[in-house]
Design a protein around this ligand. Structure first.
Ligand code: AMP
Length: 129
């Protein structure tokens, strides 16, 4: 069965899309740790990042870098933090989270934003790409 992220990539489930190319896709995390929290995923379905083939893994990181630089421009932050957890969704994803300080990266404390604010944030990041 397709993963929830594959359904998002195919447009079967809505998302706040940020970027896409032939092999990768980026969209806002629906339960963000901070405003501008983006997930970057490969289009191929693989559960665990370290089982990706080298080409897909390196391409994923290069794609994530482009998105992170766009996040930096669109959202006020000192850094874009990078995290890979993967305990919830069995489809490789890199979390990109704009932070001001280390304590901003707390996965136990999610933030809520109105749909309009989420759409605005996704558009602002996409416009920097
Ligand atoms: P983890 O697998 O532990 O890295 O966490 C999965 C992440 O995916 C969580 O931060 C969720 O908020 C996020 N997530 C799950 N479903 C969706 C969705 N439909 N759209 C956007 N983000 C999602």
């Amino acid at each position: 069965m397709a993963t929830i992220f594959t359904k998002i990539i195919k447009g079967e489930i809505p998302c706040y899309k940020v970027a896409e190319d032939d092999d990768y896709f980026a969209f806002l995390d629906i339960n963000p740790v901070q405003k501008g929290h983006v997930l970057v995923v490969p289009k191929i379905e693989e559960d665990y990042i370290f089982r990706l083939d080298d080409e897909t893994l390196s391409g994923l990181m290069v794609f994530a870098k482009k998105v992170a630089l766009a996040i930096e421009k669109a959202v006020s932050c000192t850094r874009v933090a990078v995290a890979v957890i993967g305990m919830e969704v069995p489809h490789v994803h890199i979390h990109l989270i704009p932070i001001q300080k280390e304590s901003d990266l707390n996965f136990a404390q999610k933030k809520e934003f109105e749909a309009g604010e989420m759409a605005k944030t996704a558009k602002a990041i996409a416009e920097q790409l």
